[in-house]
Design a protein around this ligand. Structure first.
Ligand SMILES: CC(C)(COP(=O)(O)OP(=O)(O)OC[C@H]1O[C@@H](n2cnc3c(N)ncnc32)[C@H](O)[C@@H]1OP(=O)(O)O)[C@@H](O)C(=O)NCCC(=O)NCCS
Length: 189
């Protein structure tokens, strides 16, 4: 995370989207091993895989100045998961693009943290980065993630739905939905 960016870290009264710390890694590994959290992702991760993912996330934040930030909840937990912006590396009809994503430990679901943190990240993307669009996608059956997209006001056009190119034909997670946000959907700061 660029220390010279006065916008960072992103904050609301109860949330902090911040750069990662080594202390986050055990909690990140726990959520990446949880079948509830990983139900709509291709595979659960072991500790080494989780640490490797965290290292890639941290490198992306260093390189781009933004990424999947660690999410802290004041007075609740120093690390509940991540929310943030990334640049998908696969090719599809909507790429190149910037995507907003989230992954929280299951014990912290149902409190509005993902939606509230995503609002911070959307505002950063539109107002700080000057993006003209931010997308979000997930496998069709991931209703919790789709509910976050809907709460944020992202728009879903079924004509945008796509098969994720990283998953083989016939894989149950392959059919994906795409939601889009533009600056006019930007939440108030
Ligand atoms: C997707 C995910 C982040 C959604 O988490 P979530 O807790 O359902 O979403 P939010 O944080 O926005 O919380 C919304 C819920 O909190 C409730 N809530 C409680 N207090 C609230 C508050 N102060 N403000 C807003 N909502 C509040 C809402 O009513 C809603 O409840 P509901 O689910 O019963 O309708 C989570 O399920 C997850 O991490 N899943 C695994 C990873 C994943 O699939 N990621 C996407 C892959 S592409």
């Amino acid at each position: 995370m660029s220390q010279s960016d006065p916008w960072l870290p992103l904050e609301s009264p109860r949330l902090l989207l911040r750069d990662w710390r080594d202390e986050d890694l055990p909690a990140f590994a726990a959520l990446n091993a949880d079948p509830r959290v990983m139900a709509f992702l291709p595979a659960r991760l072991d500790r080494a895989q989780s640490d490797a993912l965290a290292a890639r996330i941290r490198a992306q934040i260093r390189e781009r100045g933004f990424g999947w930030w660690a999410l802290e909840v004041a007075g609740v937990a120093p690390f509940v998961g991540f929310v943030g912006l990334s640049v998908p590396q696969f090719q599809a009809h909507f790429t190149p693009c910037v995507e907003i994503s989230w992954r929280l430990a299951a014990e912290h679901w149902g409190r509005g943290y993902a939606t509230e943190a995503a609002r911070l990240a959307l505002t950063y993307g539109f107002d700080r980065l000057g993006l003209s669009e931010i997308v979000s996608f997930t496998t069709r059956a991931n209703q919790r993630s789709r509910a976050v997209m809907a709460r944020l006001g992202l728009r879903h056009d079924p004509a945008d739905d796509f098969d994720h190119p990283s998953l083989p034909p016939g894989h149950p997670l392959r059919p994906h939905v795409l939601y889009r946000a533009s600056p006019r959907d930007r939440p108030a700061r």
